[in-house]
Design a binder for this molecule. Structure first.
Ligand SMILES: NC(=O)C1=CN([C@@H]2O[C@H](COP(=O)(O)OP(=O)(O)OC[C@H]3O[C@@H](n4cnc5c(N)ncnc54)[C@H](OP(=O)(O)O)[C@@H]3O)[C@@H](O)[C@H]2O)C=CC1
Ligand SMILES: CC(=O)N[C@@H](CCC(=O)OP(=O)(O)O)C(=O)O
Length: 342
């Protein structure tokens, strides 16, 4: 099988990571590479790490350039995917790394993003209950946000198993690549180096409804979410510390056993040996989520900590994993759970 793919947004961070993974995918032929302002330039100017594609010329992001491919990855800012997908035909697999089709509730979309709601697409987090079935044969896929990936997989077994009450408090540290590569003063090296800073505090970060949507689905009841993101001086990685009140009789051993059962067959979820705690460095460049869980008995709270690479499992890896499922390929094709630490 040769799958002809195109990447829209190939000059950006998510597009670059998609291409890095797709260059190692045995069933893929890399076709059109599109961009915005960078159209007309060569890829090496933006992605010098992608040596085999160095001389490829970026073209404009239009339906004509994206037509004729089996799979089109959209690694564009929010707001572009509905229009492009509408012109690509139903048999083209369109995989959107942006937020446009993640939320299932139109009201939540209006509140958190605004503008016209374009509907929801099958959600590209195969490890969530029921997700694989929806991804098999799908021709439209919404890739999850990076924080929701780290948080949802860290708390899903606890909520699904009824180990905790339906309320979660999350503090998650991220690297700067989560914000994309366009210039922003607060992301200058001089602002970020040697400093960690909270942002989006007070329940205002737009990943809050996506996290609540995922957790509520696995819990079978609405889950209240308090989410605080923290920017740290690193380029990649998310470390999410997630806590929730435990119900009676749930101790660390019960929680660990539940997580073992939930993820025993998951290639890309690594429950660490008891007592080891995740570090972002171990996940860099890998499609793995590494996690650990315990119970703080004095506080009466379950504590789960997860680490992901925001650009791999948090975006591009999930996109490729979802493509594999959509096309009926082995789910792990072209992906690895091996990181590049230190
Ligand atoms: N970074 C991350 O960790 C994650 C990102 N995502 C999502 O992936 C998508 C891409 O993010 P990211 O790669 O970080 O962002 P970047 O800013 O790094 O890249 C954006 C890309 O989109 C292109 N682009 C921008 N505006 C337009 C336009 N009007 N028309 C056509 N192309 C345009 C840019 O091209 P040019 O530079 O030539 O203008 C560039 O290739 C976003 O939706 C983001 O939310 C999702 C999860 C995690
Ligand atoms: C550091 C930083 O700014 N991170 C981004 C992560 C969002 C992201 O990448 O996901 P989306 O696909 O939903 O945009 C942020 O907090 O907005």
């Amino acid at each position: 099988m040769t799958v002809r793919i195109a990447v829209a947004g190939a000059s950006g961070y998510a597009g670059g990571e998609l291409l890095r993974l797709l260059l190692g995918h045995p069933e893929v032929h890399i076709g059109a590479l599109t961009a915005g302002e960078s159209a007309g330039s060569r890829l090496y100017e933006h992605q010098p790490q992608l040596v085999p594609l160095a001389d490829r010329v970026l073209v404009s992001t239009t339906p004509d350039e994206l037509a004729g491919h089996d799979v089109v990855f959209l690694a564009l800012p929010h707001g572009h995917s509905a229009r492009l997908a509408a012109e690509l035909g139903e048999d083209t697999v369109v995989i959107d790394c942006g937020a446009d089709h993640r939320l299932t509730d139109a009201g939540a979309w209006q509140r958190w993003y605004g503008g016209e709601y374009s509907g929801s697409w099958p959600y590209g987090m195969p490890e969530l209950p029921g997700a694989r079935a929806r991804l098999h044969g799908a021709t439209r896929i919404a890739v999850p946000g990076c924080y929701p990936t780290a948080v949802s997989l860290a708390l899903a077994p606890a909520l699904q198993g009824g180990l905790v009450l339906p309320e979660a408090t999350i503090v998650a540290v991220t690297g700067t690549s989560g914000a994309g590569r366009s210039l922003k003063p607060h992301l200058l090296g001089s602002e970020v180096m040697g400093s960690a800073s909270a942002y989006g505090v007070g329940g205002v970060h737009r990943h809050t409804p996506e996290i609540a949507q995922n957790l509520s689905a696995v819990a079978g009841t609405p889950v209240r979410v308090s989410f605080t993101p923290v920017l740290a001086p690193m380029s990649r990685g998310i470390l999410a510390t997630c806590t929730a009140p435990v119900v009676a009789d749930v101790d660390g051993a019960v929680a660990y056993a539940a997580y073992q059962r939930a993820y025993a067959d998951e290639t890309f979820v690594r429950l660490l040996p008891d007592g080891s705690w995740p570090a972002t460095a171990a996940t860099l460049g890998s499609n793995a989520v590494q996690l650990q869980v315990t119970v703080d008995a004095d506080a009466g709270r379950l504590v789960a900590v997860s680490a992901v690479d925001n650009l791999t499992k948090g975006t591009a890896g999930a996109a490729v994993q979802s493509m594999n499922l959509a096309l009926g390929l082995p789910e792990a094709t072209g992906l690895t759970n091996v990181g590049v630490a230190p």
